[in-house]
Design a binder for this molecule. Structure first.
Ligand SMILES: Nc1ncnc2c1ncn2[C@@H]1O[C@H](COP(=O)(O)OP(=O)(O)OP(=O)(O)O)[C@@H](O)[C@H]1O
Ligand SMILES: [Mg+2]
Length: 373
């Protein structure tokens, strides 16, 4: 549904150049919710603005629903007629809602319908229908100032749906909301996706958002996508930074000279007694340093950090055994004692990180942390 090929964006100011996108190949399938995560300044907003040609990319192509947008004339406010029509089929939701305070809720949703050329009556009918869809039918006459953040974002979503889009783009739509409101807005996005068959490309610095709604995700760093895939694929990729951030597990070895291994269970392996088999087969004592079960992308996933006696070389065979059982196995590089504080912080989870990141004004400081490599 959305493809970018070798997309670059260079901003030129008088005295310097900033490469915000540096060869981005993105592929979003029809009907999926695709999350792009990354630190502040990684190029996420630039990417989303290039996808709907609010910004004209410096080079590369953008294709949405089979139409190459980069081949159409104009950009931003000077978009040509064809581009404007194509863009009408792409809804956009913003972090700060961008509602007109002088208009009622209904008036805000009617605005894009006016621009699309709908007549007065048709406009009002459609706007009421959209408000119904986002659960705000009773707020039609209210003004934005009388709404909570979550309600404002629902208006923002209703407005984005005015052109019957097939694609919804969202730039940090929940970053200004508290966790509970975030959950309800995400649920709305997920429901709308199912109901209307939307494809959603969303940008976030909160791993909780990816966990709650995304089918696929990509990690952006310095204008490049360094990892991408479906969430189950990512969780099954040894060494995946995204997997580690999605599902952190902490714990430090009890003494030097031990091997610490992070094991991810998914699918059928969640019910297999793999650890006791390992212990029996190789006659090794296994300590569990940390463990968690969670639901990621609607599936049960388990993660465990275990400690084996001896060095990595001593444990090549048992580790191979775990891999043969269909588990994802990462050897964690954590020292005994020294990193205890860091590791404890890691286990505290990404909810705290997300909050810190919010405080830092969107800086995803918790995102790409060094640590259990
Ligand atoms: N209009 C612009 N002119 C010049 N430089 C820009 C412009 N917009 C973005 N940049 C620069 O491009 C880089 C990427 O910015 P972008 O807004 O895409 O990052 P981001 O990943 O969305 O960050 P955040 O998480 O803080 O929103 C940054 O270095 C930024 O300073
Ligand atoms: Mg941004």
């Amino acid at each position: 549904m959305i493809t970018t090929k070798d997309l670059t964006k260079v901003y030129r100011t008088r005295d310097r150049e900033v490469t915000a996108l540096d060869g981005v190949d993105l592929h979003v399938d029809e009907g999926e919710v695709f999350g792009v995560v990354g630190r502040s300044g990684a190029g996420k907003s630039s990417l989303i603005r290039c996808v709907n040609l609010l910004e004209r990319p410096t080079s590369g192509t953008v294709t949405v629903d089979g139409q190459e947008l980069t081949a159409l004339a104009g950009s931003g406010k000077r978009a040509g007629k064809e581009l404007r029509r194509a863009r009408g089929r792409i809804g956009m939701v913003f972090q700060h809602f961008n509602l007109l305070s002088s208009r009622t809720v209904l008036g805000n949703v009617e605005l894009p319908l006016e621009i699309l050329g709908h007549s007065g009556q048709e406009r009002t009918r459609k706007a009421h229908e959209l408000l119904e869809l986002v659960g705000l039918a009773d707020k039609a006459k209210a003004h934005p100032a009388q709404l909570s953040g979550g309600q404002k974002q629902r208006v923002g979503i209703a407005r984005a749906l005015a052109g019957d889009p097939k694609v919804l783009l969202s730039d940090e739509a929940t970053s200004a909301l508290d966790p509970e409101t975030t959950r309800s807005v995400l649920k709305l996005l997920r429901d709308l996706k199912e109901q209307l068959g939307l494809t959603v490309l969303l940008i976030t610095h909160e791993m909780e958002v990816v966990k709650a709604v995304c089918d696929s995700a990509a990690l952006m760093k310095s204008g490049r996508i360094t990892e991408s895939g479906t969430v189950p694929e990512l969780l099954a990729t040894p060494g995946s930074e995204l997997a580690r951030e999605l599902f952190p597990v902490g714990g430090v070895p009890s003494a030097p000279g031990r091997t610490v291994v992070d094991v991810t269970f998914h699918g059928e392996t969640t019910t297999e007694p793999v650890i006791s088999k390992l212990s029996r087969t190789y006659n090794v004592d296994i300590s569990i340093l940390g463990a968690a079960m969670d639901t990621v992308a609607g599936k049960q996933v388990g993660r465990m950090r275990i400690e084996l006696p001896g060095s990595f070389e001593d444990n090549v065979v048992p580790i191979g055994f775990l891999r043969e059982q269909g588990l994802t196995v990462d050897v964690a590089d954590v020292a005994a004692g020294a990193d205890a504080k860091d590791a404890a912080k890691d286990t505290a989870g990404d909810a705290d990180d997300a909050r810190d990141a919010k405080k830092a004004g969107g800086d995803a400081s918790g995102l790409v942390k060094e640590g259990a490599k």
